[in-house]
Design a protein around this ligand. Structure first.
Ligand code: ATP
Ligand code: MG
Length: 331
């Protein structure tokens, strides 16, 4: 049977890249009545130095945001990673069959550790925890943004290695990506980078909870190039093409139609069109997020119920893993 798992870090606010790459897909799968498990992966957000009070706040905000985006906790399992012990236990078990060389090659680690003098061990081990998140539920499909495809390959390799050494236990998880050409949104400040929550410059992204003046200003200031027409060419013109991608996502219009409609206006004028479309798109989402944020008891209850369900599923699988590894005695 198909089992879908995905996670999102409770660091900072959700940006349009996360929304397009991850959350919009989750909502779609939920609507298709798939078996979906979604985790707010709080342990992952400790891989870089963090402030405890802010982390707690972010977990609640992420919960409200997901609900505001249309996730229904009665139809999917929505829970907090740290509430379910299987993640860290399986992380250890998988860590013992991984190698340092393999982890050092992953692009996310290379990118994030590039300018660091002392690299936290958690940042290095992170992909194994991610593999554990996925495998603990015997996941078959992982909807992620384009930037995560290589990380998921590690989970696939570890599942294969575990199965061949200890017996068939885990299905090999497949990735599902949006398939859209613009599936990886780029930084508004530097279109060679992806739009990222952890980018120190907030002007590089559009967050679901940004105030509208900031949205308009950041889009107006988005880095483009010296050609004034609006044409779609992600390789040659990544800046403008990124705006077209954003525009297409929020209006559900195909890229070709957008370019046709923008014939005769320059990129400066086009930015205003995009900004207006983004603001109308965000308005109802923001209203729903603030509605949920007012009810902390409800948010905590959602997480508690989700945690119980996730705990049951993963504990069953972990008991099998413990048996496979020789940690249990069968009479
Ligand atoms: P960080 O910089 O802290 O890693 P992030 O912006 O990459 O933050 P994550 O929480 O790591 O966000 O990722 C959540 C989901 O959003 C993942 O499925 C990821 O693939 C997707 N995602 C992140 N950035 C983008 C982007 N620019 N375009 C499309 N999808 C994205
Ligand atoms: Mg990321």
């Amino acid at each position: 049977p198909k089992r879908i798992f995905s996670g999102i870090q409770p660091t900072g606010s959700i940006h349009l890249g996360n929304y397009l790459g991850a959350i919009a897909q989750w909502v779609k799968l939920q609507e298709q009545n798939e078996d979906v498990i979604l985790s707010i992966v709080d342990l992952h957000s400790m891989t870089l130095p963090h402030e405890p009070k802010i982390l707690s706040r972010n977990i609640l905000e992420m919960t409200a945001t997901l609900l505001g985006c249309g996730i229904d906790p009665d139809r999917v399992v929505l829970f907090q990673q740290s509430a379910v012990p299987a993640h860290t236990e399986l992380c250890w078990c998988l860590g013992c069959i991984s190698t340092m060389a393999r982890l050092a090659h992953l692009p996310q680690y290379k990118e994030k550790s590039k300018d660091m003098k002392d690299i936290p061990l958690g940042l290095f081990v992170y992909p194994i925890l991610q593999a554990a998140d996925i495998l603990a539920y015997k996941t078959t499909h992982v909807p992620v943004g384009e930037d995560q495809v290589q990380q998921i390959q590690l989970a696939q390799d570890l599942a294969r290695m575990f199965n061949s050494r200890f017996g068939d236990t885990f299905p090999i998880p497949h990735t599902i990506t949006t398939g859209a050409e613009y599936a990886r949104l780029r930084s508004l400040r530097d279109p060679s980078k992806k739009m990222s929550k952890s980018d120190p410059d907030p002007k590089s992204r559009i967050c679901l909870t940004d105030n509208f003046d900031d949205v308009v200003r950041n889009i107006k200031k988005a880095v483009t190039d010296f050609t004034s027409e609006v044409t779609y060419d992600p390789e040659g013109r990544p800046g403008v093409s990124n705006l077209i991608g954003i525009h297409s996502f929020v209006t559900k219009k195909p890229v070709e139609d957008i370019c046709k409609e923008a014939e005769g206006i320059n990129t400066g004028q086009y930015k205003l069109v995009v900004a207006e479309a983004v603001v109308s798109y965000l308005r109802p989402i923001q209203d729903r997020i603030s509605y949920y944020l007012k009810d902390e008891r409800y948010l905590l209850d959602v997480l508690r119920r989700g945690g119980e369900k996730a705990g049951e599923i993963s504990e069953r699988n972990m008991e099998e893993v413990r048996c496979r590894l020789g940690l249990r005695f069968t009479a």
